[in-house]
Ligand binder design. Structure first.
Ligand SMILES: Cc1ncc(COP(=O)(O)O)c(C=O)c1O
Length: 329
């Protein structure tokens, strides 16, 4: 079985062709300071605590073939992230969904990357002691992005287990609340690149796998899938893989996964809203399972993920036809 070239398909198949849209939204759309704008005009005030202190919760959902995937699950996770960080979304869940749908409609995109956040915002006066903030909502939509494109996914990524950085401890920043603390992940990518790899995997202080930059990680050994049970975001794509694994009759363990198990795995893959299922072929320079390229089960999961999504699985169809008032934020 071959891994389908999902990126090529969404850029060439008419089912994914963009709906009519104003030229000013061709690069994307934004919702900032209560108004819809072309993405180039989306702004964040320089004193916003989200910008200066990473004081925010966010989420990302995607659309493919004109369907937004698992919106309810993303909204539920986002509300929980806000609660964990004592943030209050100024919009209700229903209003948030409406804004996100409107942003996609403005772009006409069938395949979209849909990002939103609530930041602590700005101090309501100059008294820093009172810490009275007005929480702010921001969102944008751009064309869908694969963090690992067709070329990398079809041969499988080369990853390095970071030795310079540990994932930020759960007791410092709760990884189950989707947050802006990316420095450990970003620097570990640079470390991986310096070592000739393409992506990184981060461990906890006990040497167990946590997650990769923007992704969860799975290993496969003797036809059993394993993924970490802590130290990571409870990814919606991870949850989707749980369901696909069940459909394929595969065993799954959500458990501690020592880093040695990744090195000895038959197959491994990363999961993210921005890329789906992303095969890993090399870990620290060693090829997994002695094979050249993605393994059989990873390939099956990858293809099933996209084929089901393109048929609207767990998706809500975007209504590109009905107009809405851009000034009503
Ligand atoms: C740190 C981290 N882990 C895992 C994921 C994957 O989560 P999801 O599948 O919900 O996109 C993300 C997504 O951006 C992430 O930022």
């Amino acid at each position: 079985m071959h891994l389908i070239e999902a990126q090529k398909i969404i850029t060439s198949d008419p089912k994914h062709a963009r709906a009519p849209h104003a030229a000013e939204y061709s690069h994307g759309s934004a919702f900032t300071q209560g108004a819809y704008k072309p993405i180039e005009q989306g702004v964040v005030p320089i004193t916003d605590s989200g910008f200066i202190h990473a004081d925010a919760a966010y989420d990302v959902v995607s659309a493919s073939a004109g369907y937004i995937f698992r919106m309810e699950d993303h909204i539920k996770r986002f509300t929980a992230s806000c609660e964990k960080f004592a943030l209050v979304n100024p919009y209700t869940e229903e209003q948030t969904v409406e804004i996100l749908n409107n942003l996609v409609k403005l772009t006409g995109l069938k395949d979209a990357y849909i990002w939103w956040a609530v930041t602590r915002g700005e101090l309501s006066d100059s008294d820093r002691v009172k810490l009275e903030y007005v929480n702010k909502f921001y969102a944008f939509v751009t064309p869908y992005m694969f963090i690992h494109g067709d070329e990398m996914r079809t041969r499988g990524a080369k990853v390095k287990i970071s030795t310079d950085y540990l994932r930020i401890p759960e007791t410092s920043v709760d990884p189950t609340a989707k947050n802006f603390h990316w420095m450990d992940m970003k620097l570990s990518i640079l470390e991986a690149r310096t070592a000739g790899a393409e992506w990184s995997v981060l461990l906890d202080a006990k040497g167990n796998l946590t997650e990769a930059p923007g992704c969860n990680i799975f290993i496969i050994k003797d036809d059993t899938l394993k993924t970490p049970n802590s130290g990571c975001l409870e990814g919606i794509t991870r949850q989707t893989v749980f369901e696909l694994a069940e459909e394929l009759g595969l065993r799954l363990e959500v458990t501690k996964v020592p880093s040695e198990e990744l090195l000895e795995a038959d197959e491994a893959f990363l999961t993210s809203t921005a890329g789906g299922v992303m095969p890993v072929s090399f870990v620290d320079g060693r090829s997994l399972g002695g094979q050249n390229g993605p393994g059989e089960l990873t390939t099956q999961l990858h293809n099933l993920y996209w084929e089901k999504r393109w048929n609207g699985w767990l998706g809500e169809a975007i209504d590109y036809e009905t107009p809405f008032s851009v000034s009503a934020g």
